[in-house]
Design a binder for this molecule. Sequence first.
Ligand code: WTA
Length: 633
Amino acid sequence: MSTSGRIGSWSEYQRAYQLSIADPEAFWAAEADRFTWKRKWNRVLEWDFKKPEVKWFIGGELNITENCLDRHLEQNGDRIALIWEPNEPKEEVIGISYRELHERVCRYANVLKRNGVKKGDRVAIYMPMIPDLVVGVLACARIGAIHSVVFCGFSARSLADRIIDAQAVAVLCSDGMHRGAKAMSVKDVVDEALTHCPSVKHCIVSQRTGDAVPMTVGRDVWLHAELKHVDANCPAEAMDSEDPLFILYTSGSTGMPKGVVHSSGGYMVFAEYSFRNVFQYKKDEVFFCTADVGWITGHSYMAYGPLLAGATQVMFEGVPTYPDAGRFWSIVDKHKVNIFYTAPTAIRSLMAHGLDHVSPHSLSSLRVLGTVGEPINEEAWHWYKQHIGKGKCPIVDTWWQTETGGILISSLAGVTDEKPSYAAYPLPGIQPVLLTADGKEILENEVEGLLCIKFPWPSILRTTWGDHERCRQTYFSSYPGYYFTGDGAKRDADGRYRIIGRVDDVINVSGHRFGTAEIESAINESEWVVESAVVGYPHNIKGQGIYAYVIAEKEITDAEIARKDIIASVVKVIGPIAKPDKIQFVSGLPKTRSGKIMRRILRKVAENELGSLGDTSTLLDPAVVEEIKTGRL
Ligand code: WTA
């Protein structure tokens, strides 16, 4: 390996991969050695996927913020860590150096302490993409509080559910937010949520819009006022490698979203390792990940990975289509972005706006492009390659999950080869396997199967908050001895992986996961609804759209009114991002005699594959299928 620590060639990749399999402990110990530890670990790994229990760097102590900030100060304190690009292109850009970020984090951490937040406490963060979001995340980590960032587009109800589940003691938020042409309140949503959350004792509010917002005396304080009372010295709390660093809620096929828990040590090592190698980040380059910190991508490749690597990165407050659909490209030119990382849905949507929005921009600074969150179709891949990368930038199609903490399967930019729609090769340390439905490992190539991982990597989830059994059942019980991803995948003749999509009842809308059960329960709250069933269907821009079949409570005189009410119910319970794209009213759902909904049939109808519905004779009432087919939207 080169002195930069990056894998620089195909043969280096192969060597690293082989070493990581032959002696995983030596491999990861060497990587972990690159960081600042307060106390060195005494054992590298203990694991048992049956329990499940995974521990990395046992006995080690560290603080991730020391690794994100302090250790860069001596040589690179003046380097810009964050370039904040506001929603309005004319508003002033804010550049924050590592030294300034360190100071802001320490001060914010002291504000947390002043408000009674202690090591191990949970802190919910509900904020738009402003610097205080990253500062707040790191401030929690500084004092050992466990952050739980909730995407700022979720409803008050979703926020409350997550706060209650984690029993958070404090909430960090802003007064309001700017998103494209709209300004929205944030504090109002928090206030509504907090009426259900007695565990929350403090709410710390950042100023963004300057709007007057109600402040509850004794609970709510302004961050800027609090900062006057604290100094810039805040020693980093010593955290055990296995102490939780954060909780991030994500949807599964059943029930309420679960709090995926990540560790302090292993997560740190893998977030930086994957950032450095996948994107091949070089000193002084500018990295731009468009994901919101409310999702895992914003955690690993904005809040943590790039800072651990001492990188300079852009944080963008707004949306890709404001003031026009060339906004990403104007940001790339304005800040001379070298590495650009976004979701296929954004690429497809900008592609649909046409090349007129691309051609005014030079994009000559770009060196590497990346995608994440969902499969990328070949058409979008080629458009990205040709029109954004001008044919010269490698594309990394990065496959991973909230639960994996970092990228597991991806080509390494310009180092290992790429193939459209293939995430390609596992990173060193990652041992993917494809299983048959009955759990047998498929050893050959040119096959398709269920994607599982058979050996732990440092940033694998440790548990689901407050419910370890749910973690076991969801990820480790279907195929004992393996971590089950919930995805199906293909492997080509050369061992590259292509992710096909979820094989469970999870719908991936614009790269965001929703469980069908979660959306159905939101729909069922509408007074118009008796029962519903939701499936995903192919959508040109979003990847998957949400198709809802609804049995109405009463006769529908005006279907539009009923549809609006159902949508309003989903917005209230989950948030606008989970709105169904299509709602079809039906008199019954295809059920087996034991009462189980045959989603396969509903999926085929939504996909307009009416010829391949399969055997419907076992249904309780086969006639509903005809009705559903005729009424298809
Ligand atoms: C899907 C996002 C195809 C997959 C980091 C996975 C992908 C789910 C890709 C996780 C990719 C993510 N190609 N599918 N490159 N990346 N997925 O937890 O179905 O929001 O299981 O994590 O997104 O979504 P999550």
